[in-house]
Write a protein that binds this ligand. Sequence first.
Ligand SMILES: *Cc1c(COP(=O)(O)O)cnc(C)c1O
Length: 379
Amino acid sequence: MIKRYLLAPGPTPVPPEVLLSMAMPMIHHRAPDFIPILESAKNGLKWLFQTKSDVLILSSTGTGGMVGAVNNFFNPGDKVIVINGGKFGERWTKIAQAYGLTVQEVVAEWGYTVKPADVDAILSKDKSIKAVFVQACETSTGVYHDIEGLGKVVKKYEDTLFVVDAISALVAEDLRTDEWGIDIMVGGSQKGLMLPPGLAFVSISEKAWKRNAASKMTRFYFNFKKEKENLDKNQTNFTSAVTLIIGLNEAIKMLQKEGLENVFKRHKTLAEATRAGAKAIGLGLYAKESPSNSVTSIEAPAGIDGQLIYKTLREKYGVTAAGGQDRAKGKIFRFAHLGYADTFDVITGIAALEMVLKGLGHDVALGKGVAAAQEILLA
Ligand SMILES: *Cc1c(COP(=O)(O)O)cnc(C)c1O
């Protein structure tokens, strides 16, 4: 037998309370019994997104929310900036180009972030730039981009929207949608929200809705105006993902019971403990600046393939972490501490890592990484 531990940055573990809440007979999405369920989800999401604006609930993975964010607010040919610091930054570029936008990339080397001042310099020279797209957490590198700082910059430009992919950062990071001037923020169910895959969430500011009215792009499935009209009646445009929305309410209830401040503090502590554990083993962190509270990318030691570490963790010890993507493949592996994650998820990951490395012939003093993580978790 091999017991499984899920330490990947999505899908993440689903708490038993959430699983049980979803084990009930189906109800009809237009029937009166569903209305209060959707209303509660709507209010819960506003709380989590720290916004007074509505947050749309879409039946799709997170990428569907990203597609909608491009498809509903622009016109073909519009100039936009994409901050590209990894696999998901690249995805913004690909989606924007698929919809005919003209993309100017601000590239961050993998493992690094960008300076808000550099984005400011570009915007100040070209007032026709319609948006700045960024990830809060670039999951492929484990870097957190300075959303507050970028928000302050973009806010100065009347015609520029600030669009944040917070799919892997939501719940792990304090993202103040309204206060920081985030016009469009995208979340997904299977990361910090402790749900199965299948829902995307998108918050939309007043400034963004004005642009929606001026956008002539063709669209059908992700029609945010129609979604908003339905949301006002506690409905969705098409069949609601009834089961997932019931689970969403349970997940939000758990987060509310813990309190937002405590939720962020827990993620910060787990991230710090994971980094301390990796360092004590003698491994480098791939995020050279601004490491995220959602996921930690760890460099494989010289001479050992990162994919082999990732594979051995899973096959020998049942620990599913994540490998590196693209140019980081083989160089790194990643541990998430996201959503339904606590003290012994970190300890499990670090302990298994020590055993894997020793098994692969690397010189490790067993328990050193675990002890370093424990010190942080104790304090
Ligand atoms: C997981 C993730 C996505 C996309 O998620 P899907 O649900 O697979 O579409 C997008 N952006 C970031 C930063 C992610 O971590």
